[in-house]
Design a protein around this ligand. Sequence first.
Ligand SMILES: *[C@@H]1O[C@H](CO)[C@@H](O)[C@H](O)[C@H]1NC(C)=O
Ligand SMILES: *[C@@H]1O[C@H](CO)[C@@H](O)[C@H](O)[C@H]1NC(C)=O
Ligand SMILES: *[C@@H]1O[C@H](CO)[C@@H](O)[C@H](O)[C@H]1NC(C)=O
Ligand SMILES: *[C@@H]1O[C@H](CO)[C@@H](O)[C@H](O)[C@H]1NC(C)=O
Ligand SMILES: *[C@@H]1O[C@H](CO)[C@@H](O)[C@H](O)[C@H]1NC(C)=O
Ligand SMILES: *[C@@H]1O[C@H](CO)[C@@H](O)[C@H](O)[C@H]1NC(C)=O
Ligand SMILES: *[C@@H]1O[C@H](CO)[C@@H](O)[C@H](O)[C@H]1NC(C)=O
Length: 615
Amino acid sequence: MASAAAATGLFVLLGILLPAAAAAVPDVALHRHRLGASLHLAASSSPNASDSPTTFFEVDRPIRPPRGSVGPCSTLLLSSSFGATYGRPPVTAAYAPPVCLRGGSLALAVLEWSADCRGRQFDRIFGVWLSGAELLRSCTAEPRPNGILWSVERDVTRYATLLSQPGEIAVYLGNLVDKTYTGVYNVNLTLHLYFHAAPPPQPQHLQKADLIVPISRSLPLNDGQWFAIQNATDVQSKKLAIPSKTYRAVLEVFVSFHSNDEFWYTNPPNDYIQANNLSGVPGNGAFREVLVRVDGDVVGAVWPFTVIYTGGVNPLLWRPITGIGSFNLPTYDIDITPFLGKLLDSKEHDFGFSVTNALDVWYVDANLHLWLDPKSAKTTGSLISYDTSSMDLNVNSEFSGLDGKFLTSANRQISATGWVKSSYGEVTTTFYQRFGYENSNVYRKNGTVQIVNQTIDAKSGVFAKDASAVLLSEEVHEVFPLYVYTGTSDQVGDEYTLVSVVKLGINDKKISGGKLGFSYSSLRNAQSGRGSMRVKKNLVVGGLGQTHQMYKYVGTDGCYFRDVTSKNYTILFDHSGDSCSKGSYSGTKFSSTKLKDQSARRKLLVNKLHRTEKI
Ligand SMILES: *[C@@H]1O[C@H](CO)[C@@H](O)[C@H](O)[C@H]1NC(C)=O
Ligand SMILES: *[C@@H]1O[C@H](CO)[C@@H](O)[C@H](O)[C@H]1NC(C)=O
Ligand SMILES: *[C@@H]1O[C@H](CO)[C@@H](O)[C@H](O)[C@H]1NC(C)=O
Ligand SMILES: *[C@@H]1O[C@H](CO)[C@@H](O)[C@H](O)[C@H]1NC(C)=O
Ligand SMILES: *[C@@H]1O[C@H](CO)[C@@H](O)[C@H](O)[C@H]1NC(C)=O
Ligand SMILES: *[C@@H]1O[C@H](CO)[C@@H](O)[C@H](O)[C@H]1NC(C)=O
Ligand SMILES: *[C@@H]1O[C@H](CO)[C@@H](O)[C@H](O)[C@H]1NC(C)=O
């Protein structure tokens, strides 16, 4: 449940993912409405149960097996139904590595979640774990009387080491079924494996980790294996020892936000809430960051992408095109190799997570990917430089009654350099992150209109070299623009109209070089939706939603674009292709000449990273 002020006509975005929240019907004295909701449409506008089911989808590029690979070899991992599962243990199944994996050289592993549901239900968050390591964080689609279908595929090749050992699959999807919320989610979880026909030419040692250590809660549990972070001072952590022959370590962090922080980027400061007596409205302002600590030291941060779940803002926006990242939540990599020096003592160390300004609740966990030296029993290392000093957060508040303007901006830099000596030589690794954040939150018309415009800009890089060569240089630049307009009008008693406009996107550029070769990719993925709905009490009695999405990917590994529009469950336009020729992705600032100029790019990158190394 989430966001915004509440008063007559003022809106509160009520999140939906947690049954506990769903049960807490808001204070009727304030005419709040649910901005995260399941649809409760009047029967007249509902499809008939005999109509064919609707297929929901998230726009993404297809996962393609490498050229010349063979497969798939498919294995059903788990098949289950999720009805009254809230507060119960996850559904588990023993995992045995598929027979085809023995002796095969894995080229690609894909985890497929396919599900159906019928009736009425909220959107629910769920997670899939293998032996405690999270493989997928996702949100369900909201069903209709005629039923819905959807599937999610995630590339899980990087977990090859886990897939090769016996273990346990766990799925937690907390759902509640009663007279009103009738939807039961039926799920099949399948693993698809592809193999190299001939052994791969590339050295494998930097690609897939040799060991993956989960930083999550252990079973048995009556919940997901994620940590639940409930407030700004809550630190959730796990102590663990890593093998003393580790030479590289990367933390992959999973994050999702719910209930009072589902729409954290729309939360006003507490002084506005207090001045207007808006008790029960989620506050703490609009800035959040997830901090990752090792033995208390901040080793990295996540300024998360603003995933909007399938019931968010106006559920009709996400039917059948779902919000970016909602079916396959992004994960965030933090390279902690520079810190290995102090972790190689075979002793337990504390890996912790916190969320600045958090309100109840954030689900956070991580997988620690470790690369082990096959030729020596002990590696050594030391931190050379480390800087997390620079963090700025500014809030500029101006309000009078329910109208106001809040400008929040923040910047952070983290960088660390360290060396590790293994049988591969003495390798010096630098990891850095640079974040920028701006959020403007405006209330107008006596608080009945809220306009949020936010941009997160996140750069990170890894640079590893030995005495003679650059082994790896990788730079990622991500920009997450977000605009949310919500306005209530035509209030008559407990009925009103809510108009909303949502624009969100991911612009992502990756460039990497070194021993593994050069690669480059650019993604521009943008959604623009507008809708209105008539709300009576907590029921959406009518409405309309339209969403346009433009997805353009250009990379050394291929191209993909899709231009698609949906309106009220119907696809109006859908054009896609995977040609890299010019014209098929007009508008992308990219030309093949740029790609050819690899050596210049590589030099540029090396210079940049050298500069950051000196910080
Ligand atoms: C603004 O909203 C408040 C709280 O609902 C209400 O008391 C007040 O009368 C409204 N003011 C105007 C000018 O409509
Ligand atoms: C559903 O069926 C009823 C009668 O069985 C019919 O009147 C109605 O138009 C149908 N609705 C839709 C959306 O097809
Ligand atoms: C799960 O697999 C079974 C057996 O193949 C199939 O009958 C069922 O439709 C599948 N369900 C989903 C949701 O994919
Ligand atoms: C924050 O959450 C923790 C963990 O649930 C709890 O122990 C603590 O009392 C909370 N602190 C505040 C200030 O609410
Ligand atoms: C908020 O509540 C206090 C105490 O009940 C009251 O004095 C004050 O006038 C209220 N303020 C507003 C803006 O309603
Ligand atoms: C959001 O703010 C940025 C920066 O001020 C501006 O360029 C952009 O046009 C705004 N977006 C919308 C939809 O108003
Ligand atoms: C869109 O769908 C909703 C819900 O089914 C319905 O109430 C509304 O009349 C539809 N609007 C249009 C323009 O088709």
